[in-house]
Design a protein around this ligand. Sequence first.
Ligand code: BDP
Length: 673
Amino acid sequence: MNYNQCWLNYSFIENYSDKDLLTELTVCVNENKNDIIIQNAINELTYALKNILGINVSCEYQDGTETEKVTTGIILKLLNDDNSKISEEGYRILQTGKTVRIEAKTGQGLLYGCFDLIRRIGQGLSVRGLDINENPKNNIRMLNHWDNMDGSIERGYSGKSFFFENDEILINERTKDYARLIASVGINATVINNVNVHKAATELITERYLGKLRTIADIFAGYGIKLFLSINFAAPIEIGGLPVSDPLDERVQNWWNDCVKKIYEYIPNFGGFLVKADSEGRPGPFTYGRTHADGANMLARALKPYGGLLIWRCFVYNCMQDWRDYKTDRAKAAYDNFIGLDGKFEDNVVLQIKNGPMDFQVREPVSPLFGGLKNTNMILEVQAAQEYTGQQIDVCYLIPMWKEVLNFETYAKEDGATVADIVSGRAYNQINCGMAAVSNTGNDFNWTGHDLAAANLYGFGRLAWNTELTSEQIALEWIKLTFPHKDKVIKTIFDILMKSWPVYEKYTSPLGIGWMVNPGSHYGPNVDGYEYDRWGTYHRADRNGLGVDRTVRSGTGYAGQYNEPNASMYENIETCPEELLLFFHYVRYDYKLKSGKTLIQHIYDTHFEGAEEVEKMVRDWEDLKGLIPDDVYMRCRERFYKQLENAREWRDRINTYFYRKSGVKDEKNRTIY
Ligand code: BDP
C-alpha cells in the first residue's frame, strides 16, 4: 500500500491489562445483521483487536435481546428501547463482570462506540469499570475538501486529490480508508469538491458523474458519512442552457428541482449542497439584485423534499477594494451582508461562517456573526489546511485556536452563549448546526504532508464530536495512537504540539494584524505584499506606528458589530486583548504594552524568541532519533529544517522592516539589518 493509516496504524501493545475482557465478541442486532455499517463496525473492532492485542476474536451472532446470558467478552447490541440518554449517533459503553457492552440505537452509534473502545485500547488505557454515555455535541461534523477535478487541491499541501484526476472521479482503496479515518473520529459529512466550482466540477451534478458518486456515497454511508457537493450558482447557465441563474426566475427554480430530483434518484442518502456565492469572482444572486436568502432558499426548497441541506458560506466580501478608502473594511463584510437576513432562511439552510472575519489568519477575533444571528442555523468553519499557518511545513497544532473560538462568549443571550453553544444548536434549539473544517488531506503517503499535521485532522473530528475535550487531551490521544508509547516520545511531541501555535504567532505577523505573507502562495513573509492591493488586507504601518483602527469612534466601526460588553472591550485600547491590539487599533511604536515593553520592542523580542524556539524544536525532534520509526523521523526532520528557515526569514524581514520604518533601535542590540 502506498500510504499509511495515520492514527489507525495500530501498533502492538504488550501486556495490555484488560485483554481477558476482550477475547470474545457477541453481536446482538437481530435483523440488522447485514447492515453494512454494522459489518464495518465489527470488522474495525476485530481488525484492531488483532493488531493491537494480537487476539483473534470470532463473532457470534445472537438473536433476541437476551444478552444478559452472555457472561464474557465484548457485546455489541442495538437497542430497540427508547433510552433517552443516547441520541441517534450516540452510544454507551459499560464494563461489568467479564463483559464490555457497547450499546447504541443505530449502526452508526455502534460504529462510533467501537472506535471509542479501540481508541482506549490503542492508548493502552484500561477499560475496566468503564460506564459512559457518549453523544455528539454537534450534529453536523463536516470536512470541506477544496479538491479540483484535475486532481489539484486549492490550498492543498499534502499531494494531489484522492477524489479526482483528469476530470474523472477516483474510487480506490483510499476512498474506503479515508472513510475509516474520518469516521473513527466522528466526522459524518464531507464535501469532496472545491467551493470554487469551475467548469468540469459544475457537471458533477449531472448524469455524467452521478453513477460514480453513488459508489462513493455508498462507501461513505458504510461509515456513517454523508456526501455533499459544492455547486456553481451559475450552473443553470453554464450547463443548463438558460440565459440566467436568477433565483426568482421560475425556469431556474425548475432546473434546480429537476437536477436535485435526478441526484436523489442516484444517491438517496445525498447530503446536500455547499455554496460559495458572490465571493472572489464566483457567481451569485447579487447579479440579479437578489439577496443571499433568495439564493439559498431557492436551492434549499429543491433539496427539502429529500431531507437535503443547503450550506451557504458567509465568506462574502468585495475583493476589489480600494486601499485608500479607509472606511471600507473587509472585516465588516460578512456581518454586513448577512445580519439583515436573520430569520429569512428556510430551516434546511445552514450558514457556514469562518471563525474570524478575515481569512484563517494566525490570530483573529471571532466573527461577530455568531453573536448576531439568532434565527439562523450556523456552522463554524475552520481551516485544518494551514494556508496561513505554515502550510503543513511549519508545525501548527490548531486545536487550541479552535478551542478559543468555541469558548468565546458572544453575549447573544442574557444568560450567555458561547460559540460552542450556538453552533451546537443548544443556544436556540436548532438541529442543523455544527462544525466544518477545510481538510488538510491529499494523496501523500501520510495523508497530511507533515506527519504532525494529522493531529489537526484527528483533533478536528474529536473536537467537533465533543467541544469540551481539551487541546491537551486531544494531543495526548493522538500521540499515543500514532507513536510508540515511550515517555520521552510522548513528552517531546506533546510539548512541540502545544507550543507550536504560539511559536508560529511569535515569528509571523504581530498582535493580530495578520497577513504580511507572500501574495498568491501565502507562505513566507512579505510585509507589504498585500498592502496597496485590492484584497482589503492592510496593516497600515508608517513611521509612527501600525495597526488598523477598527473602532466606532475613529475607525472603520467594525468593533461595533459585537454585542456589549465585547464591543466596548475591543473599542477601548486599554481593555482590548493585547494579542488583538493591532487588529483593532492603530498603535504607536512607543506605546507601552502591559509587559512594560514598547510595541516596537515587543515586535523585536517575539521575533527573536519565535525563531529560537523553532531551533529548540528542531533539537528536541532530533533527540527522538531511534525512538520512533525512521521514516517518520526523517520526513518530519526535513520539514522542521524548512520551518527553521521560514522562521528566520520572518524574523529578519519583520524586524528589519519595522526597524527601518521606525528608526528605533533594539534595546538588546541584536543584529537587525
Ligand atoms: C481563501 C483562499 C482561497 C479560498 C477562499 C475561500 O485563499 O483559495 O477559495 O479562502 O474560503 O482563504 O473560499
